[in-house]
Design a protein around this ligand. Structure first.
Ligand code: IMP
Length: 503
């Protein structure tokens, strides 16, 4: 006879945290959100920890280069989507690794034969008045000069004048060498009273520009997630089919951690993929696996050597797996079960395998709940898709700004490898939808606002760290009627906008 799991399977909105004692030490500024990303032995430190418990989903509509840079700046990590060729995925990984914090790639590069009229038009479009001039007009071309608003007077000059005639030529420019640190670049800017410092390589090709103002903003990112060479950390999705071809390219490009991206991870395919990585790279290549929803699945992947394990089937906002295939489990119940298995595994083996709660986070408080239930970190798709840094453009839908967001199992993404069960046949059904999510501005503002809420709830529970929250949290299931009680009720809300909150 089939196995029946005891009890019902619940989701985040059916739980609440019951506050505990908070001492006067319990203030958001004292809370640390540092959390392990990869497995470690008792008494040792994980090789990679996150400074905030957030990673971005392995999805075309979420994790590209800009997301990788923006999230690492805040202390989390992005997993570049794997549903593209190994070469283009590796190029994205490399772009994140090559990104030098504070070294800006110009979006208003000129050529010497452009006219002042074109310069004025470009300045109006980008809002940037410092414009490098290169031989081919690209931000990586050979540097020939620079134009700033001090070089021309639109009200008096002839607008047909060529850039070559009024730019400050290369010979008169102070430049930084490609290996210059941001601190040294900033010192040069101050010593020489510059507004911007172009940085060039050995062939005088532009590498980037350091602006006076950017050093300060860089200094305000104390959580940045950096590798030993002070480069941003980035992850990458892989599948259980082409790993022998894809993994070497990603490793070569500098990926710090990989993750097998699959809707269902309790499989021999994942075992083979991890075995291949261990046989070829030992423990030096870190790889997460999943997704699972119970203790058996966790133990299987932990024994296979996964560096972290993702939990969640069917809870994603764009996911219709449960409707299509009838598989899955309520995200909260699955998470609690798997985290219990992780703790037992740690007791037995002395090896701690971090757990990632993947999908189904709708409100900010769901994040705190997931951490309290035992998650070490969270994978978020919808949440990050809403920000400027997701790869899609902002569109106006009936007067409201939206970003597009589609599932990896949708007909649009056509990520069949994620759902591959080993046969040669292509799947004939979809497990995800194509959708819009409300635009939410910059990642930095969004993440900081969310994490402030998470930290203050942790303080209500008397916890100053994630492990402390997991130990002290007191959770209660709520009835359907008390969920109604939790929102504004029995009043006529004056401004309907007050109730429209996606977090
Ligand atoms: P969200 O944060 O609720 O939007 O969920 C994101 C998660 O949904 C991802 O990290 C994946 O695990 C999962 N996912 C992505 N695409 C699909 C799909 O097309 N069908 C089912 N699940 C998906």
């Amino acid at each position: 006879m089939a196995t029946f799991f005891p009890g019902e399977s619940h989701t985040f909105s059916e739980y609440l945290l019951v506050p505990g004692y908070s001492s006067s030490e319990c203030i958001p500024n004292n809370v640390s959100l540092k959390t392990p990303l990869t497995r470690f032995k008792r008494g040792e430190e994980p090789e990679i920890s996150l400074n905030i418990p957030m990673v971005s989903a392995i999805m075309q509509s979420v994790s590209g280069v800009d997301m990788g840079v923006a999230l690492a700046t805040e202390g989390g990590i992005s997993f570049i989507y794997g549903s593209q060729t190994p070469e283009s995925e590796a190029a994205m990984v490399k772009a994140v690794k090559d990104h030098k914090a504070g070294f800006v790639e110009s979006d208003s590069t000129l050529t010497p034969d452009m006219t002042m009229e074109q310069v004025i038009a470009l300045k109006d479009k980008t809002g940037h008045s410092t414009m490098p001039v290169t031989d081919d007009g690209t931000p990586r071309g050979k540097l020939l000069g620079i134009v700033t608003s001090r070089d021309y007077r639109p009200s008096r000059d002839d607008h047909s004048k060529k850039v070559a005639e009024f730019m400050t030529p290369r010979a008169e420019l102070i430049v930084g060498d490609k290996d210059i640190t941001l601190k040294d670049a900033n010192d040069l800017i101050w010593d020489k009273k510059l507004n911007a410092l172009p940085v060039v390589d050995d062939n005088d090709h532009l590498v980037g520009i350091v602006f006076r103002k950017d050093y300060d903003s860089h200094k305000t990112n104390p959580n940045e997630l950096l590798d030993a060479n002070k480069r941003y950390m980035v992850g990458a999705g892989i599948n259980t089919r082409d790993y022998a071809e894809r993994v070497p390219l990603l490793v070569e490009a500098g990926a710090d951690v990989l993750c097998i991206d699959s809707s269902e991870g309790y499989s021999e395919w994942q075992k083979r993929t991890i075995e291949w990585i261990r046989a070829n790279y030992g423990d030096s290549v870190k790889v997460g696996a999943g997704n699972v929803v119970d203790a058996d699945g966790f133990r299987f992947l932990a024994d296979c050597g996964a560096d972290f394990i993702k939990v969640g089937i069917g809870g994603g906002s764009i996911c219709i797996t449960r409707e299509t295939k009838g598989i899955g489990r309520g995200q909260a119940t699955a998470l609690i079960d798997v985290c219990r298995a992780r703790d037992e595994y740690f007791e037995e083996t002395g090896v701690y395998v971090p757990v990632c709660s993947d999908g189904g986070i709708v409100y900010d408080y769901h994040m705190t709940l997931a951490l309290a239930m035992g998650a070490d970190f969270l994978m978020l798709g919808r949440y990050f898709a809403r920000f400027d840094e997701s790869p899609t453009s902002r569109v106006n839908v009936n007067g409201q700004y939206m970003k597009e967001y589609w599932g990896e199992g949708s007909a649009r993404a056509r990520n069949w490898q994620r759902y591959d069960l080993g046969g040669a046949q292509k799947l004939s059904f979809v497990e995800g939808v194509d959708s819009y999510v409300p635009y939410a501005g910059s990642l930095k503002d969004g993440v900081n606002g969310t994490l402030y809420k998470v930290k203050s709830t942790m303080c209500n529970c008397g916890a100053l760290s994630i492990p402390e929250l997991q130990e002290k949290a007191r959770l209660t299931l709520v009835s359907a009627t008390s969920i109604v009680e939790g929102g504004a009720h029995d009043v006529v809300v004056k401004d309907s906008q007050q109730t429209v909150s996606y977090n």
